[in-house]
Write a protein that binds this ligand. Structure first.
Ligand SMILES: Cc1cc2nc3c(=O)[nH]c(=O)nc-3n(C[C@H](O)[C@H](O)[C@H](O)COP(=O)(O)O)c2cc1C
Length: 216
């Protein structure tokens, strides 16, 4: 245990893989995001679409978890979840949220903040209908974020749902669908030597993206 604690205390990675300057970045952060995402895909970053979603309750209590980015366009970022989950309940009361990506192979982090809206039923149907049958069943079987008595309770529910719906008849439940985060702030972070990282931010002022460098 002490070894592990010492290990964590002493870990010092120096980041040397790249640099980022105000003149490197695209004027539109959506295009800059796409460029970095493409480079992450090309670099075979694991779970490249996994992002930490931070939500805040009406009382100001934050919580975070990982979800998958499933689509993005025009500074809007889509993910899918259960509308009765903890995150969804928070988002429906308080739409302020952030998403962030960490791509270690490139020594990069992206943070995006904004407000979230529910996606449309058509978008959710299109996405749901393309999922494998077992994932569709899982969506029905999981009362996401609610307490379970045991693992068996979940597995029994899966069997029940499979009896109820065939691969042909299964449809998206109303309690499951998308959210879209509309960005109003971005940070692109490139790790640098001796903790002197590059941080380039975008914020919207009068419908224009203003770019600033901030201290590491
Ligand atoms: C790599 C990864 C991807 C995930 N993708 C999703 C996702 O797209 N949607 C989702 O609802 N949960 C996803 N999860 C599960 C969430 O992290 C979380 O456990 C779940 O959504 C319940 O969160 P909540 O109780 O805070 O609402 C993913 C987890 C991991 C580790």
């Amino acid at each position: 245990m002490q070894d592990l604690k010492n290990h964590i205390t002493k870990l010092r990675e120096d980041f040397t893989k790249g640099t980022l300057s105000e003149s490197d970045v695209n004027k539109n952060p959506d295009i800059q995001f796409e460029k970095w995402l493409q480079q992450a895909v090309d670099s075979k970053v694991d779970e490249v679409q996994a992002m930490t979603l931070c939500t805040v309750s009406q009382e100001g209590k934050p919580s975070s978890r990982i979800v998958y980015l499933r689509e993005f366009q025009n500074n809007s970022y889509f993910f899918y979840t259960n509308y009765n989950s903890k995150k969804a309940k928070q988002l429906l009361k308080n739409p302020n949220a952030s998403i962030s990506f960490f791509w270690p192979q490139l020594e990069r982090q992206i943070i995006i903040e904004g407000t979230v809206e529910k996606g449309t039923a058509e978008q959710a149907d299109a996405y749901y209908n393309n999922r494998p049958y077992d994932s569709k069943v899982g969506t029905w079987a999981s009362n996401q974020s609610q307490k379970l008595v045991s693992r068996n309770e979940l597995e029994n529910k899966v069997e029940e749902i499979k009896k109820q719906f065939s691969p042909e008849s299964i449809k998206r439940p109303d309690f499951w669908g998308g959210f879209v985060l509309k960005a109003n702030y971005y940070e692109f972070w490139q790790g640098r030597k001796s903790r002197l990282h590059d941080r380039i931010c975008y914020e919207t002022i009068n419908n224009e993206w203003i770019i600033n460098r901030i201290a590491p």
